[in-house]
Ligand binder design. Structure first.
Ligand code: NOJ
Length: 582
């Protein structure tokens, strides 16, 4: 890698932190997290060392999908505060050297958005063409596609039957309260660009771009082979990453993002690697994208949430490496372990017995990958999943559907509950655990009931316990961030080449970051047994004969055991270590 040619765009240096505002901190004692709550915790985040916050949607919304259903893009949802609160958050963050990016949800709006209300009320209005309305056929909806959150993607419009008895429907890939926008209509696109530019003008640093690879639909609207007991079919063949989407994305980037020195991180599940060049290459549509190839390994079949499976280390490693090498080839990545749609990583990769050492190991594996890392709230203290005993205890709309679907497929209520507990989005949406108090310090008044149940483990896992403990998971994250951001290893850890190593050992995930004369090894033992590693094996991967371990930068144990030839890793030991070539 020719480091002289490296392109050091500002967003490569950032460390992202994702906030789910409803669950971060409740500053006004109503049981719901809010913008002022984030502002109050900025010093905590500054202390952790992160430099950029992705705030999940805070715009006006009936909250059917917790804000991913926007009814007014120009205003803040009162439960989160006011526009002034948002402006204050942006400026207070800036004072601390922290940038804010917002969530851009422009594949769909809420059904309570004024465009949609108008479209429904008046079939002749121009707003009809803002959405995707289609006539059913033979008494059935236009296609047999299943929505991501269950049931048909088509919702019937009451009272619009034609002379042949066929009903009118509108398309929603997510809930029926999230009608899809018609991106084929240039006027819609112009309205959306206005929204994007409005917020960029307000001084935000950019956007996380929601479901953006769903904006183009195949125009033939054909049925797909039925794949479930509900008689429907997974829709993505005709709705995700469709040919021609590039046209929309080029225009979006040109009319908005490229006019600003902003950053964008796009949610693009299942985007084929051959297409990365357009998306994240030089002059690509986005600065970086989230690749879900390794975070979804606990699902045996794409789109089938009840197909829960254990994750094999080898598979995890192969997916991470493939993703890294692709992103390195074409552009820049955004490594992450968790987000608001996924269960906690600790349980996903280490089951119910996951411990602190495991949490530090996972942190080490992901954080030093090449890209702008994103930490999800609570990950830095090792928050884990909960176990609910009844489906009525769940809040997430997707979890409720997945439970019903599992029953429909013939699983017992016990099995269905097991799947939902494992994969529910509620797992990562539980209130942030600030202290051991009655409501985990989520609201200032500890008698306030939070909008969603706590995990119940806040007496053990909380910020207060960890802040001043130099062996804590929090301290581990803080060290990792400090190493990447400040000091003599920064260039290597940020821009350095990513080189996979030790592919023959299926218990280990290890890679090298290489920059000019610096070489750093990130090595992680995923088994509970000791693992011996020949240093010459590592040397071979970079076509060298001999290497010697030098500075130990991160270690989740007190010691390391090595001689000049062999490195012996304890069970779950994880290291970041500089080495020299002899
Ligand atoms: C992806 C978001 O991350 C998820 O939370 C949401 O439900 C869907 N997109 C729909 O906006």
């Amino acid at each position: 890698m020719d480091t002289k040619k490296l392109d050091k765009k500002w967003w490569k240096k950032e460390v992202g932190y994702q906030i789910y505002p409803r669950s971060f901190y409740d500053s006004n004692n109503d049981g719901i997290g809010d913008l002022n709550g984030i502002t109050e915790k900025l010093d905590y985040l500054k202390n952790l060392g992160i430099t950029l916050i992705w705030v999940c949607p805070i715009f006006k919304s009936p909250m059917d999908d917790n804000g991913y259903d926007i009814s007014d893009y120009y205003d803040v949802n009162p439960e989160f505060g006011t526009k002034e609160d948002l402006e204050r958050l942006i400026s207070e963050a800036e004072k601390r050297g922290i940038k804010i990016i917002l969530d851009l949800v422009i594949n769909h709006t809420s059904d309570e958005h004024e465009w949609f209300l108008e479209a429904l009320k008046n079939p002749e209005s121009k707003y009809r063409n803002y959405y995707i309305f289609k006539r059913g056929k033979n008494g059935l909806p236009p296609t047999n596609w299943r929505s991501h959150f269950g049931g048909s993607v088509w919702e019937k419009v009451e009272g619009e039957v034609d002379e042949n008895g066929n009903e009118m429907y509108y398309l929603h890939l997510f809930t029926k309260k999230q009608p899809d926008l018609n991106w084929e209509n240039p006027e819609v696109r112009q309205e959306l660009y206005k929204i994007v530019n409005y917020w960029l003008e307000k001084g935000i640093a950019g956007f996380r771009v929601d479901a953006i690879n769903s904006i183009k639909k195949d125009k033939d609207y054909l049925d797909l082979p039925v794949d479930g007991a509900d008689g429907l079919a997974h829709n993505i063949k005709y709705t995700l990453n469709q040919p021609g989407i590039e046209g929309f994305l080029t225009e979006l980037a040109e009319k908005t993002f490229k006019k600003y020195n902003c950053m964008t991180v796009a949610e693009t599940p299942l985007l084929e690697y051959e297409r990365y060049s357009d998306f994240i290459g030089e002059g690509g549509f986005f600065s970086m994208i989230f690749d879900f190839s390794y975070s979804d390994l606990d699902m045996a079949k794409e789109g089938f949430y009840y197909s829960v499976q254990d994750v094999k280390v080898r598979e995890l490693r192969n997916k991470i490496f493939e993703s890294q090498l692709t992103q390195q080839k074409y552009g820049w990545g955004a490594p992450f372990l968790e987000n608001h749609d996924l269960p906690r990583s600790l349980n996903k990769f280490f089951g119910e017995k996951a411990n602190e050492t495991n949490a530090k190991l996972l942190g080490n594996v992901f954080f030093f990958l090449r890209g702008t890392p994103f930490i999800y709230q609570g990950q830095e203290i090792g928050m884990d999943n909960f176990v609910r005993n009844d489906i009525s205890e769940f809040d997430d709309i997707a979890s409720k559907d997945q439970y019903q679907r599992a029953l429909g497929e013939g699983f017992s209520p016990k099995e269905a509950l097991y799947f939902v507990n494992k994969r529910s989005r509620d797992n990562s949406r539980t209130p942030m655990q600030w202290d051991e108090g009655k409501n985990a310090g989520f609201s200032e008044d500890e008698n306030i009931k939070s909008w969603i149940k706590l995990t119940g483990r806040h007496t053990v896992t909380n910020v207060k316990n960890q802040l001043n403990d130099e062996d804590s998971i929090f301290a581990h994250y803080k060290n990792m961030i400090e190493l990447r951001q400040n000091g003599k290893y920064s260039d290597c850890l940020i821009y350095g080449e990513f080189i996979p190593v030790l592919l023959k050992n299926d218990k280990i995930i290890a890679y090298i970051r290489k920059y000019e004369n610096q070489n750093i090894l990130c090595i992680n033992n995923f088994s509970d047994k000791k693992q011996q590693v020949e240093l010459s094996e590592i040397a071979k991967s970079i076509s060298e004969k001999e290497i010697k371990l030098a500075d130990i930068l991160i270690n989740n144990y007190k010691n390391i055991e090595n001689d000049s030839e062999v490195l012996a890793l304890e069970g779950y030991q994880s290291l970041l270590v500089e080495f020299q070539i002899l």
